[in-house]
Write a protein that binds this ligand. Structure first.
Ligand SMILES: CSCCC(=O)C(=O)COP(=O)(O)O
Ligand SMILES: [Mg+2]
Length: 261
């Protein structure tokens, strides 16, 4: 088995979710279709609620920023004029959400709505999050060795907690010391990793970030964070240069902590 030694200065392991702890197939085949199939009904049912109105406002603001993009779907401002107007507005939000999802966009607005929509499915037990078999045993071992474990995903913190709280391994939320999402910044920007270190109260070089996406690894590395790229079934392939440049692991069990036995 390949073994990757974790540098002695590392005290925090920062984990991506999709493609790292969790199969991309679970996200693409279960989580995302749930949104596409239910978004219209969800908006119709929850439209009057404060939370839903906040989600729509955020999506509208994002749509304004996206207006210059090819195929962008605008969301008109509410005029408050009757049932037809409401149905048109809901349809515009549905079309905007589906357009963003067709591009796998990671906007905070989209991720916030998705998190709120998944809540019902997870809490009713209709959905359970999948984790690769090596994840939970490794995280337990790291924590026993004194490591802190944090999550940094484009999925909203609320969605992250749903996944960890309702998984095929049971409620594993207690294994996580804290969560970060795109509210702290985009995963492909190095500043986000500096802010995460500040928020945790450590230096960037105390963090080891595990991700499947080399653009994220590169941004983290630019901030002096240690990185390893996780190669999982179903993940996007890496170029030969990326394979040579990055430390690669195919399972969390390949990480060796000098402090553990
Ligand atoms: C944690 S929510 C489900 C996944 C998701 O919506 C997503 O965008 C995952 O992105 P990641 O940064 O974990 O690769
Ligand atoms: Mg990922």
């Amino acid at each position: 088995m390949v073994v990757l030694s974790v540098p002695a200065e590392v005290t925090v392991i920062l984990l991506d979710i999709e493609g790292t702890t969790t199969p991309i197939a679970f996200v693409k085949d279960i989580l995302f279709p749930y949104i596409e199939e239910n978004v219209k009904e969800y908006l119709q049912t929850h439209w009057e609620e404060e939370e839903c109105q906040q989600d729509v406002s955020l999506l509208r603001k994002q749509a304004e920023e996206d207006a210059h993009l090819d195929g962008a779907v605008p969301i008109p401002a509410a005029s408050g004029n009757g049932v037809d107007d409401l149905q048109q507005m809901i349809q515009a939000v549905v079309d905007n959400v589906c357009w963003q999802m067709s591009l796998d966009r990671k906007t905070t607005a989209l991720k916030q709505l998705q998190g709120h929509m998944w809540r019902a499915a997870f809490t009713a037990g209709r959905m359970k999050a999948e984790f690769f078999a090596d994840v939970v045993p490794a995280v337990r071992k790291w924590r026993e060795a004194g490591m802190k474990v944090y999550i940094y995903s484009s999925g909203s913190v609320e969605a992250q907690k749903l996944l960890f709280g309702h998984s095929t391994e049971g409620d594993i939320l207690e294994l996580v010391d804290g969560h970060f999402d795109t509210k702290i910044g985009r995963k492909v920007e190095s500043e986000s990793y500096r802010k995460i270190a500040d928020s945790i109260g450590c230096s960037t070089n105390n963090i080891l970030f595990l991700t499947d996406v080399t653009r994220e690894a590169s941004a983290a590395e630019e901030a002096d964070v240690h990185v390893a790229v996780v190669v999982r079934p179903g993940n996007a392939g890496l170029t030969d240069d990326e394979k040579t440049y990055y430390s690669l692991i195919t399972s969390f069990s390949e990480l060796y902590l000098p402090s553990s036995t």
